[in-house]
Write a protein that binds this ligand. Structure first.
Ligand code: MIC
Ligand code: SF4
Length: 644
């Protein structure tokens, strides 16, 4: 009696056994790159010296860094276009849409595995892929034909029953999961949805739920592939890609949860964590300054058409800045064709080009003390580009109702004014894949153009015998990679230049961190629980490493960040006794005697001397990761292996 997750994992298993917590290696069918992490990934791929991607389909999307404010982003885009052409990788240019939406539309296939250099890669759950967010280097390795290694996850089976009431939609389902499990409740787990309620959710509804499964800390989420999946693929003119996929009847899960969809109500995540969820009615009436619908989640045809119907023949409140960020060019074309754009424009919405935009602080930053409602997946502090921001996350219905009223509004309050818009996806979408550059033998002769913004990856030295360091910063629980390596329109263009971007490491928490590291030499970072949650950006490992951070000791690590630390030769240690956290403060001197020998011997316990006293830390990584750490990083290790 197998669950669907185990079926897909087993069909791709290359090494290991399906035993939770043990390292497994799986074959990867598709790889996804986005530009903000893609330049590093492609530099890594080039360093491996492989001619052509070995994945069945590899795609590079340009969706994050699309503001071409000076030469730098456009330089990166040209580099990505040419380097992808050179190595047999599909390329989707800026303006074409957000990777996750596009991959579903153009390439997603039920039952396939995918890793992507973006934490929201699990959006692929919409078409029943096993799609996992990873560091760029792991994606480069998958393109080099290597399997993907991960700790075998537990499977949390969530039984869905009933159907959603009017004015409640897929966003409220995942917000309910976040209300129950918070941002660290599903670390080390895959969330598998099953049960009779699944059939009431369309492919794009499932995409929404899969996308924000990343916020639960989950490795990914999985849905059965059924008639709705088939209808979606047929509407995309890709019916051939469909296959039916289900868990066996009576399948078992490591853990269980259940949601009766008919009991859900509109929910909202309050500032500044996606896990801070309350019913909309509890915060209703709060004045709103900005509303943004779209980006990679809630940017589908259904979502935008629902908003268009709600605001039709009405006008936004004059105090609300109202933005629409379509998920893809094709979504936009379909909404145009079905008459959705006119009502949006007439309502006073600003309709933007498809892309991540304000979700990653590329414009759309809220004003001082402004309240911003977004359908995005994340509201980490300062991520909007404004310090002390107040960002709420909610459904398109709640956003549209609030745009009309100027205050946070439970969309059910509109029911006396308008009927609920039941949007049906078209039987056949208008298809436009014309902007994607498909690989060809001819294109593999392309000369790679490296603009001034592309700097080579820094050299990484091997792990020393002993580490003597000072604490550079001590932080609390749930620190995000946005805290470690902020994004936004000023910093994102530096993603291809580690030296330049390293000036901003931890800049939100301590603007002098860079200068202080320069003085200290070798640095330790002390963290709380779920350290490094959120974005997959490996810059949060690589840039601190460049500043001398060789060790991080935390109460616990988020999955992708821990893998990135190993990939870039930074020791991810956890406190054996979490109370030892209190023994460290900024500038504390820490020595790890004979650390190299301990790691070589396979010791789990790594002793540290703190003010002359011994503290035991644990190195909970695989043998493969130990070898990477000893070599000073995975790239050093794999390059040597490929040479041998
Ligand atoms: C995010 O949502 O935080 C991002 C920006 O998409 C990141 C990737 C990045 O930092 O480039 C992610 O989710 O992995
Ligand atoms: Fe882009 Fe935001 Fe989605 Fe990340 S979460 S991929 S920044 S839209």
């Amino acid at each position: 009696m197998k669950n669907l997750t185990h079926k897909i994992l087993e069909a791709h298993l290359v090494k290991g056994e399906i035993v939770p917590g043990k390292e497994i290696a799986i074959r990867i069918d598709h790889t996804l790159l986005q530009d903000a992490t893609g330049t590093m990934a492609m530099l890594g791929f080039e360093a491996l010296g492989i001619e052509k991607t070995m994945a069945e389909i590899s795609v590079q999307y340009v969706d994050h860094n699309i503001l071409q404010g000076d030469n730098r982003n456009a330089d990166d885009h040209r580099y990505l276009q040419t380097v992808c052409a050179r190595h047999g990788i599909h390329f989707s240019p800026p303006g074409n849409g957000v990777s996750h939406q596009l991959h579903m539309e153009c390439f997603g296939i039920p039952g396939k595995t995918m890793i992507g250099s973006d934490s929201h890669t699990p959006s692929g759950a919409g078409v029943s892929m096993l799609a996992i967010g990873a560091g760029g280097l792991d994606v480069a390795m998958a393109m080099a034909g290597r399997p993907y290694y991960l700790p075998c996850p537990e499977v949390l089976g969530v039984k869905l029953t009933g159907g959603l009431p009017d004015w409640v939609s897929a966003k409220d389902v995942i917000l309910e999961m976040l209300r129950r499990h918070d941002v660290n409740g599903c670390v080390g787990k895959i969330v598998e949805y099953y049960g009779p309620g699944v059939k009431s959710l369309s492919a794009t509804d499932r995409e929404t739920i899969g996308n924000m499964g990343a916020e639960l800390g989950a490795t990914t989420s999985v849905f059965p592939s059924d008639e709705n999946t088939r209808a979606y693929l047929e509407a995309q003119d890709r019916g051939d890609a469909w296959q039916e996929l289900y868990a066996d009847k009576g399948a078992e899960y490591d853990e269980y949860d259940a949601i009766d969809l008919s009991t859900l109500e509109p929910l909202i995540a309050c500032p500044s964590s996606p896990g801070n969820v309350v019913p909309v009615r509890e915060v209703a009436g709060l004045k709103v300054d900005q509303i943004i619908i779209g980006s990679c989640v809630n940017s589908s045809y259904r979502d935008l058409m629902a908003v268009a119907e709600i605001v039709k023949d009405r006008h936004r409140n004059p105090d609300v800045f109202f933005h629409i960020n379509p998920g893809s060019r094709q979504v936009l074309e379909n909404v145009v064709e079905q008459g959705g754009i006119l009502p949006l424009l007439e309502s006073g919405a600003r309709v933007h080009e498809p892309g991540c935009l304000g979700c990653i602080g590329m414009g759309q930053a809220p004003g001082t003390d402004h309240i911003s409602l977004r359908t995005f997946p994340r509201n980490f502090p300062g991520r909007s580009g404004t310090n002390n921001d107040k960002v709420y996350l909610c459904s398109p219905e709640t956003s549209a109702a609030s745009a009309l009223k100027g205050v946070i509004t439970d969309p059910r309050d509109l029911k006396n004014e308008i009927g609920y818009p039941h949007i049906k996806d078209p039987a056949r979408y208008r298809i436009d894949r014309s902007s994607i550059i498909y690989p060809s033998d001819e294109l593999m002769k392309t000369e790679v153009i490296r603009g001034l913004n592309i700097k080579p990856l820094p050299e990484m030295t091997a792990l020393p015998e002993t580490i003597a360091a000072r604490v550079g910063i001590k932080v609390g629980d749930n620190i995000t990679t946005d805290h470690i390596m902020p994004a936004g329109s000023k910093i994102l263009p530096l993603r291809s230049n580690i030296k330049a971007i390293s000036r901003y490491v931890f800049s939100q928490l301590n603007p002098n961190f860079y200068a202080e590291c320069r003085e200290k030499g070798t640095v330790v970072v002390i963290g709380g629980d779920n350290y490094g949650q959120g974005s997959s950006r490996e810059h949060a490992a690589l840039a601190p490493r460049f500043l001398g951070v060789r060790v991080k000791i935390a109460k616990g690590f988020a999955r992708i960040h821990k893998a990135n630390l190993c990939n870039f030769g930074v020791l991810p240690l956890v406190f054996k006794d979490p109370e030892d956290y209190d023994r460290f403060s900024k500038d504390t001197k820490v020595v790890f005697p004979d650390v190299r020998e301990h790691i070589e011997k396979g010791d789990m316990e790594i002793p540290a001397l703190v003010n002359g006293q011994e503290v035991i830390t644990l190195l909970e990584v695989s043998d493969r990761q130990r070898r990477h750490l000893l070599a000073g990083g995975a790239l050093n290790f794999v390059k040597d292996e490929l040479k041998a």
